[in-house]
Design a protein around this ligand. Sequence first.
Ligand code: FAD
Ligand code: SF4
Ligand code: SF4
Length: 461
Amino acid sequence: MPDMINTKYPMPSQEPDVRNKNFLEVAQGYTEELALSESQRCLQCKHKPCMQGCPVNVRIPEFIKEIQDGKFEEAYQIIAGTNALPAVCGRVCPQENQCEKYCVRGIKGEPVGIGRLERFVADYHNENNRVLPEKPASNGKKVAVIGSGPSSLTCAGDLAKKGYEATIFEALHIPGGVLVYGIPEFRLPKSIVRQEIEGLEALGVKIETNTILGKSMSIDDLFDKYGFDAVFIGSGAGLPKFMNVPGINNNGVFSANEFLTRINLMKAYKPDSMTPISHPKKAVIVGGGNVAMDAARCAKRLGAETHIVYRRSMDELPARKEEVEHAVEEDIQFDLLCNPVEILSDENYNVTGVRCIRMQLGEPDDSGRRGVTEIPGSEFEMDCDCVIMALGTSPNPIIKKDTIALKTDRRGCIEVDETGKTSIDRVYAGGDAVTGAATVILAMGAGKEAAAEIDKLLSGN
Ligand code: FAD
Ligand code: SF4
Ligand code: SF4
């Protein structure tokens, strides 16, 4: 008999006033008992509605059935059959908009905690049964994969499983893309990402770091000089946007990307780190998305009084509800319905504050999003010594500048056809470089589809 309790079994986590002072993982994962209990909430629906929400086709009811029977390793093998990064997805997938959105248990209560169960199974495997996969026999064909974020890791992994020699070229000195430089350690420990990448390397995926397509080599070089048969571009959307306001170049103004990279990739918060980081007394984060929440929670952990400045109200915050709740619990202040108009500084151009103007909400537009207008004469000043801009990102134009034939749209996103092919023959693209900033699982889905298309092209099937 299924367990008809209407709420998910809660996940043990660090207390807010403890965790907002350290970078250790906040959510600590299900125990075996909790995983068994949560799995009993699954009704094993015949038509598997939850699966339509998973871009990498995890066979959800089947893996949950194995958990119900206490067969955790078997559950892992089912997930790993279609998902190259299960421990990552179990932690950071926005499940409420993906698999769990379609779970029938969500109609009268909370959906089954599919992500929590996936995380449990992946962690169980990594702790108890981790055996690196064997490298399949080579089919002699070579594919270059640009970038090492989730789209590229998935594409390279799927190709390697089919015998292709996949080589990843990554601009940074550590592979993983946003998984290592953007998402903070307390949400996704970097050791987890490393483990998942080691699994791909065991399959034969080669990784060349410190190599930038468009600088170190061109797309033509990949074909003509290095003999690759196809290329996948998963270069993400890492170019930050800034506000066009006076004082934006003052000392102490960062993009969220730079701030997070220093903290996550370079571990600048550790006393022995070679990378400097500002330890602000009071930080203002501008923006209301997930990146703003991550930057704010990092600033808090560096010891700053932390404020989020957002021009709409709490109801319009684009960040995941869960992330906003975590930020509120961790004592981050929300200054809503206001917008910076100037960054203030002293005579040495060090930030001393932000001049803001109050905003009012208007009627919803065609998309249902409410417009905002400034309230004349409502300017006020907030003191602070650090301003972090989290206003979104776009694809870096470096590859396009080097290869005119690569078509991009007006936002700089690479244009692809329905197979993921770009305007250049044998060159495919996917993930944020195509869609603009999106999610890990959508990037993985795109990498998976591109791998299948590249296989079709090169195998002639
Ligand atoms: P990326 O992960 O951006 O990786 C691209 C890689 O390509 C980078 O490593 C970059 O250095 C490299 N590169 C770029 N140009 C070149 C070049 N010319 N040559 C060689 N290498 C190059 N999504 C979620 O689903 N859940 C979350 O909780 C979540 N949190 C996020 C938090 C932050 C702070 C950020 C910034 C994003 C978050 N996202 C989250 C979004 C998610 O991380 C991205 O949608 C996803 O990583 C995109 O994957 P990708 O493979 O397209 O590119
Ligand atoms: Fe859900 Fe993400 Fe797992 Fe797919 S990969 S089942 S969307 S948590
Ligand atoms: Fe289980 Fe929900 Fe999927 Fe049904 S929809 S099989 S209850 S996870």
